[in-house]
Design a protein around this ligand. Structure first.
Ligand SMILES: *Cc1c(COP(=O)(O)O)cnc(C)c1O
Length: 230
């Protein structure tokens, strides 16, 4: 078995075990393989091994890969989206997981309208308030969701977060739990045009905790493709 297949099998096993610990079904959890710095041939290898969702964090790096591979698989934008790249991101990606403010949301809606697309969106939340991180603060989330009420060209489907950079698993766990609680609060408030179906949380170093805390998407790079060149 190839190295990639072996890594993939291990990841799937760990996801299934973490899901079982939380009384969840592994089918609730979507694996998004993060392919930044990964060349097209290796992405094809992952597709051959059964991966169907891919995440990229730079529009200019992703465009030629998406062009080469096409849309039989699903593409997720997971990086910080600059306003001058919105149109290209909307044209190329099926999901944008990193919506983190009112201006960006408005630009996505307008680009989607002109391009005749309807991207699926997650709102990126900075639950721990780390200043180095992108993402909207939890207290601004409701206003952002209110803004989306009249939008017809986007579909808001959940929340995304990046776990805190620490070895302390309880700190990581409480951040993921916080995201789940936020999503629950939003669900109960019944915002028009918002469906809290997805929680995108968990990367190679913390995805098992994320699955235990309710993740429906995990975003894995190194766990699948090995260490990235630095
Ligand atoms: C790079 C990246 C990942 C994957 O990171 P790994 O630690 O390699 O799994 C996940 N999410 C985002 C937003 C990223 O930028």
């Amino acid at each position: 078995m190839s190295e990639l297949k072996e890594r993939l099998r291990e990841v799937q096993e760990r996801i299934a075990e973490a899901a079982a610990r939380a009384g969840r079904s592994p089918e609730e959890i979507l694996l998004v393989a993060v392919t930044k710095t990964v060349p097209v041939e290796r992405i094809q290898e992952a597709i051959a091994a059964g991966v169907e969702h891919f995440g990229e964090n730079r529009v200019q790096e992703a465009e030629p890969k998406i062009e080469a591979i096409g849309h039989a698989v699903t593409w997720h934008f997971i990086g910080h989206l600059q306003s001058n790249k919105v149109r290209r991101a909307v044209a190329a990606f099926d999901w944008i997981q990193s919506v983190d403010g009112p201006k960006l949301l408005d630009r996505i809606e307008r680009s989607a309208r002109t391009l005749g697309r309807r991207p699926r969106l997650l709102i990126q939340v900075n639950v721990t308030g780390e200043p180095s991180k992108h993402g909207i603060s939890p207290d601004r989330l409701k206003r952002l969701l209110d803004q989306a009420a009249p939008y017809e060209h986007v579909s808001i489907e959940g929340l995304m977060t990046i776990g805190p950079l620490t070895e302390d698993t309880e700190t990581i766990r409480s951040a993921f739990r916080r995201l789940r609680e936020l999503a629950e609060a939003v669900r109960q408030a019944n915002y028009p045009n918002v469906q809290m179906r997805h929680l995108s949380m968990g990367m190679s170093n913390d995805y098992e905790i994320a699955v235990e805390e309710g993740a429906t998407m995990v975003r894995l790079g190194t766990a699948i493709f090995g260490p990235r060149p630095t």
